[in-house]
Design a protein around this ligand. Structure first.
Ligand SMILES: [Zn+2]
Ligand SMILES: [Zn+2]
Length: 397
């Protein structure tokens, strides 16, 4: 592939390849795959990277794909990360590139993330060599699969020496072409819990012969709200939601047991652990007062996504200098959704930014909505951001 010299040529490349990227994005949208089943998607990514002259590493974390653009110093490197997977949602759009897979849909824009990173791999390859290596990381299983964690466990950072990690997610709440970020937690830590309350079943008309677990479980649900409201500093956000209450099969039998399930979201792992401890203590205390048994289990699925100050400041500079200050909101509020890029940020410093995806004049569909679609107009903006970030990081501007 021919090398280009002037940075002004980046814009030429963006214009020249926009139609190709939009076509590729629509192809991925039409063929969504669920977490760890992204075989076709990984094939498409690998084929595109190979056509650009990259050596491609496959299979990291299951279906992950990695390609590296070597820099002058082999010991220096950064990770730019995109996600590959779709969601178990039936698409409600009827345009030509709507999902061909029944019940599976790219409703979070990972098709767009994948293509923007492929675009960066193309453009950076045609620019003069950077002082350090850029690792393009396409991870599987972001939607509840902790694919980032799997790639790390498979030796991502041993194979790809990395000083810092960078991620990007489209955001329908921001105007297209704008960026949002913040230092510190940008997304929440998430854990799930299951509370199994065991009493003693009985005839509905003879509750004194049993031990009814339902009033006890109701108390636990209410106390969960108290834990979110009263067991922590009010300025430190937390959500405790009981989302499932399963008990009994009919109207004249007191059941033996009740199962509750829910989620805890916080902006720090420390608070996450404290709330878990308090929920466990509350459940044990209430069960003991009632003379019942309780089992509480937690499954920590994602840590908080915490942007480090130096790398966030760098991203701010990149956005201001490449686009404009008007297109940057550097104090966006933290979001209580979770994102597995937090695993990468636990291992390395870095920053996760939001790129506006709102289509002017169109109804803004939220992420995970059955009528959501990625806005192809922002592909060159995302590619430009990745390219400028790599150049700024290594001082090549
Ligand atoms: Zn999502
Ligand atoms: Zn997503």
């Amino acid at each position: 592939m021919p090398k280009l010299n002037a940075s002004a040529t980046v814009e030429t490349l963006l214009d020249a390849h926009h139609a190709h990227w939009a076509k590729l994005r629509r192809d991925l949208h039409a063929h969504p795959e669920l977490r760890f089943e992204e075989h076709r998607t990984a094939d498409v990514v690998a084929r595109e990277l190979e056509s650009l002259g990259y050596a491609v590493l496959r299979g990291l974390g299951g279906t992950g794909v990695v390609a590296s653009l070597p820099g002058a110093d082999p010991d220096r490197g950064i990770v730019l990360r995109a996600d590959l997977d779709a969601l178990p949602i039936q698409e409600a759009n009827h345009f030509a590139h709507a999902s061909c897979a029944n019940g599976v849909m790219h409703a979070c824009g990972h098709d767009g993330h994948t293509v923007m990173l492929l675009g960066a791999a193309r453009v950076l390859k045609q620019l003069p060599q950077l002082p350090g290596t850029v690792h393009f990381v396409f991870q599987p299983g972001e939607e509840g699969g902790a694919g980032a964690r799997r790639m790390i466990d498979d030796g991502l950072f041993e194979r790809c020496p990395t000083e810092a990690v960078f991620g990007m997610h489209n955001w329908p709440g921001l105007p297209s072409g704008h960026f949002g970020l913040r230092t510190g937690p940008i997304m929440a830590a998430g854990s799930r819990f299951r509370i199994t309350v065991t009493g003693k079943g009985a005839h509905a008309a003879q509750p004194h012969l049993g031990l009814d677990p339902i009033p006890l479980a109701c108390s636990m649900v209410l106390q969960c709200q108290t834990i979110a409201a009263r067991h922590k500093d009010p300025v430190d956000p937390a959500v405790v939601s009981v989302c499932m209450f399963r008990a009994g099969d009919t109207d004249n039998v007191i059941p033996d047991s009740v199962e509750l399930r829910g989620t805890i979201r916080t902006l720090s792992s420390t608070l996450q652990q404290r709330l878990q401890r308090d929920i466990e203590l509350m459940c044990q205390g209430l069960a003991s007062a009632y003379g019942a048994q309780v089992e509480v289990t937690f499954f920590q699925y994602y840590p908080a996504t915490i942007n480090t100050p130096t790398e966030t400041a760098l991203c701010e500079t990149v956005i201001r200098e490449t686009f404009s200050s008007e297109r940057l909101d550097n104090h966006i509020p933290s979001n209580m959704t979770s994102e597995d890029f937090g695993f990468m940020l636990e291992e390395r410093p870095g920053a996760y930014v939001l790129i506006g995806n709102a289509t002017p004049g169109a109804a803004a569909r939220s992420l995970h909505h059955p009528k959501y679609d990625f806005n192809d107009d922002i592909i060159p903006v995302g590619v430009r951001y990745w390219v400028a970030l790599a150049q700024h990081y290594f001082g090549a501007v």
